[in-house]
Design a protein around this ligand. Structure first.
Ligand code: M6R
Length: 369
C-alpha cells in the first residue's frame, strides 16, 4: 500500500505532481476560463463580498497565509488569515459581505469547524477547501472546493498542502474573473503558468538527492532557522513546522526583513539557516534584500542553505549549500519551494531514527479543541 516507498510520506511527496494536476483538472475550460460550478455561491453574491477571512490550522494555515498574497493581488479584496483556534475568541467582525474560507485536509479539525460555525452564526458565507469528501467541514459550509490530492495518510501534510495552494489560487482567480478585475489577460497567463506547475514539481523531485545528503549531515544539530520573504515567508514557516513535527528539532521560520529586529542575535557559528529566495525577476527589490540578508548571516558564521531559482547567480557566492528550483511566477513559487523542505524534514527524521509517518504526540486529524 506504500507503493514501494518506505513511508507514506515519501509516497505522498512523490504524488505531488499528480495531485496538483488533478486539482486543476476539469476546472479550466477550453477558452482558459475557470469553471468552478461546484462553488455554489453565485457570481452575484461573490461580487458583493468586501472582505475575505481565511481560517485554518497548521499546514493549512500556511496555505492560507500564501493565499492572502494571491487573493489581494488578483482581486483587490482585503483578506485576513487567522488561526482557527484564535478566531472566535476575539469577537471577529463578520457579516453577509464577508466570505470565510476554511481550509482543511481532513475536514474534521475541531478548531476550524468551530471557527466556521461561528462565522455562519454571524451571517457570513463559508467556502471550504477540503481534501476529504463528505467530511464535517464541507458538510457544514455553504460551498466546497475539493482538493484532489487523494488520501493523505502520513501525519505530516505534504500533497494536501500543495493542492490547498492550487485550490486557493483557483478561488482567487475565479473571484477576479467574476468581479471582472482589470487584468483579464493576466488571469489567462496565470492559468497557463498553473497548468505547467505540475511539471516543475516533477523536476524538483528529480533533483532531491543532494538535499537528502545535506539533511543526513545535519542530524546532530539542535536548531535550524528558516527565512523567507513575501510568499517565501509562509514557506519558511512550513519548513520549520515540518522539521519540528518530524525531526523533533527546534526550528523557527522568520520573515527575512525581521532579522535585524531580533532574530539575527541567534546566528552563531555553523547554525544551519535555510533561506527561500524570491525570484530575481519580478520583485527584484526583495530578491536583492534577501541576498544581503544571506550575506549578513554568513558573515556571522551561519551555514547558509539557499533555495533559489535556476539561473539566479547572485546567491552563489554566499550559499554553503544551494538548492535549485525551476523559475516560476512569484506567487506560484511556494508550489516548488516547499518540496525540498518536505524532503529535508523527512530525511532528517529518518536520520534521527524517528517514526516518519506517525510522529510522537501527534494525530492526523485533531478532533478536539
Ligand atoms: O486536516 P487539517 O488540514 O484541518 O489539519 C490541520 C493541521 O492539524 C495539520 O495541517 C497539521 O499541522 C499537520 N500535521 C502538519 O503537517
Amino acid at each position: 500500500e506504500k507503493g514501494g516507498y518506505d513511508y507514506f510520506m515519501l509516497k505522498e511527496i512523490a504524488e505531488q505532481p499528480k495531485a496538483v494536476a488533478d486539482t486543476l483538472l476539469g476546472r479550466i475550460d477550453e477558452a482558459g476560463n475557470l469553471t468552478l460550478d461546484e462553488v455554489r455561491i453565485s457570481a452575484a453574491e461573490l461580487r458583493e463580498m468586501d472582505k475575505i477571512v481565511i481560517v485554518a490550522c497548521g499546514t493549512a494555515f500556511h496555505a492560507g497565509l500564501i493565499a492572502k498574497y494571491a487573493i489581494e493581488h488578483w482581486t483587490r479584496i482585503p483578506c485576513e488569515v487567522e488561526l482557527a483556534s484564535e478566531f472566535r475568541y476575539r469577537d471577529p467582525i463578520l457579516d453577509a459581505q464577508t466570505l470565510v474560507i476554511a481550509i482543511s485536509q481532513s475536514g474534521e479539525t475541531m478548531d476550524t469547524l468551530m471557527a466556521l460555525r461561528h462565522a455562519r452564526e454571524q451571517g457570513s458565507r463559508v467556502l471550504a477547501i477540503c481534501n476529504t469528501n463528505g467530511s464535517t467541514i464541507p458538510r457544514e459550509s455553504d460551498a466546497v472546493l475539493y482538493t484532489h490530492a487523494g488520501p493523505e495518510i502520513a501525519v505530516a501534510s505534504t500533497k494536501a498542502f500543495l493542492t490547498q495552494l492550487v485550490a486557493c489560487y483557483l478561488v482567487a482567480l475565479y473571484l477576479g474573473q467574476v468581479r471582472g478585475t482589470k487584468w483579464g489577460d493576466e488571469v489567462q497567463a496565470v492559468i497557463r503558468d498553473l497548468s505547467r506547475i505540475s511539471g516543475a514539481v516533477e523536476r524538483v523531485l528529480e533533483t532531491m538527492e543532494p538535499v537528502r545528503k545535506l539533511a543526513r549531515s545535519l542530524a546532530d544539530k539542535n536548531t535550524v532557522l528558516f527565512l523567507g520573504r513575501h510568499v517565501g515567508y509562509p514557506v519558511a514557516l512550513e519548513g520549520a513546522l515540518k522539521l519540528k513535527e518530524l525531526a523533533y528539532m527546534h526550528a523557527e521560520g522568520f520573515a527575512a526583513g525581521e532579522l535585524k529586529h531580533g532574530p539575527i542575535a541567534l546566528i552563531e557559528e555553523d547554525l544551519p539557516v535555510v533561506v527561500v529566495v524570491p525570484s530575481p525577476r519580478g520583485r527584484s527589490v526583495l530578491h536583492d534584500k534577501i541576498v544581503s540578508n544571506i550575506q549578513e548571516i554568513r558573515a556571522r558564521g551561519a551555514r547558509t542553505i539557499v533555495i533559489a531559482e535556476e539561473g539566479d547567480e547572485a546567491v552563489v557566492p554566499y550559499a554553503d549549500h544551494l538548492i535549485r528550483i525551476p523559475a516560476t511566477p512569484t506567487l506560484l513559487q511556494p508550489l516548488v519551494a516547499t518540496v525540498p523542505l518536505q524532503v529535508f524534514a523527512c530525511e532528517l527524521a529518518t536520520a534521527r531514527g524517528n517514526e516518519v509517518d506517525q510522529p510522537r504526540n501527534l494525530a492526523k486529524s485533531v478532533t478536539v479543541e
